[in-house]
Design a protein around this ligand. Structure first.
Ligand code: MGP
Length: 204
């Protein structure tokens, strides 16, 4: 009986083309994080690692399963980081780094934010920055009443060439107009900022 079952399984397997059975691997393994805005907990306690994937198919399964960014509650974040890097300044692979920051007006939450976020995810998992993809740590989208934010986190503020290339590629892929400048902030500056804005190390 068990031999029959084995044969049946083999017969079924033979009918499926190999390319339909093998998932398409990504160059890196990625983890999705969610930051829940719960005032009774500390910032770090509110941060949860949801799941990890390393194939194209698993990325889409996850993306199609979770709530789109524009519908998550105000005060919450999604973050997608290379597996093993926590989406926080303190992680050893973020410590020396910073982020390109895109401020997205509230009115664009419905029209543009979901597409911007998806495009950033595809740039990262598709390694769209060529040799500079090494410098990518991850990205964060933050839903805020004062205006939503997209941050692309890179490894080292001293790697100017990689930072500039990453900024240029993202700006182009998001179709951000030339005249709308974006800034790159060092995490070290963001952490000690006074007031509402942080000085930019680079602009593009
Ligand atoms: P935020 O959530 O990045 O931005 O940081 P928000 O809510 O728009 O607030 P604003 O200050 O930028 O106007 C809010 C607060 O969360 C920070 O002031 C920190 O207290 C905490 N926080 C944010 N990050 C990214 C970190 C982090 O990486 N590590 C730690 N320890 N706290 C963080």
């Amino acid at each position: 009986m068990s031999e029959e079952l084995e044969q049946t399984e083999n017969a079924q397997g033979d009918d499926i083309a190999p390319e339909m059975m093998i998932k398409h691997p990504l160059q890196n393994m990625w983890s999705l994080w969610f930051y829940k805005n719960d005032r009774t907990k500390s910032w770090e306690e509110n941060l949860m690692e949801i799941t990890t994937f390393d194939t194209v198919e698993d990325f889409w399964a996850l993306y199609n399963h979770i709530e789109v960014v524009s519908k998550i509650p105000v005060g919450c974040d999604y973050a997608l980081f290379k597996h093993g890097i926590k989406p926080m300044w303190e992680d050893s692979r973020n410590k020396q780094g910073g982020r390109w920051l895109f401020n997205v007006q509230k009115s664009q939450r419905v029209t543009d934010l979901n597409n911007y976020w998806l495009e950033i995810l595809l740039c990262m998992i598709g390694e769209a920055f060529d040799e500079c993809s090494e410098d990518i740590c991850g990205a964060v989208v933050q839903i805020r009443n004062k205006g939503d934010k997209l941050g692309i986190w890179t490894a080292d503020v001293k790697h100017e060439d990689a930072i500039m290339k990453i900024g240029r590629v993202v700006k182009e892929r998001l179709h951000i107009h030339q005249r709308n400048a974006i800034g790159y902030e060092a995490h070290a500056d963001t952490q000690v900022k006074q007031g509402s804005s942080t000085k930019c190390r680079f602009q593009i």
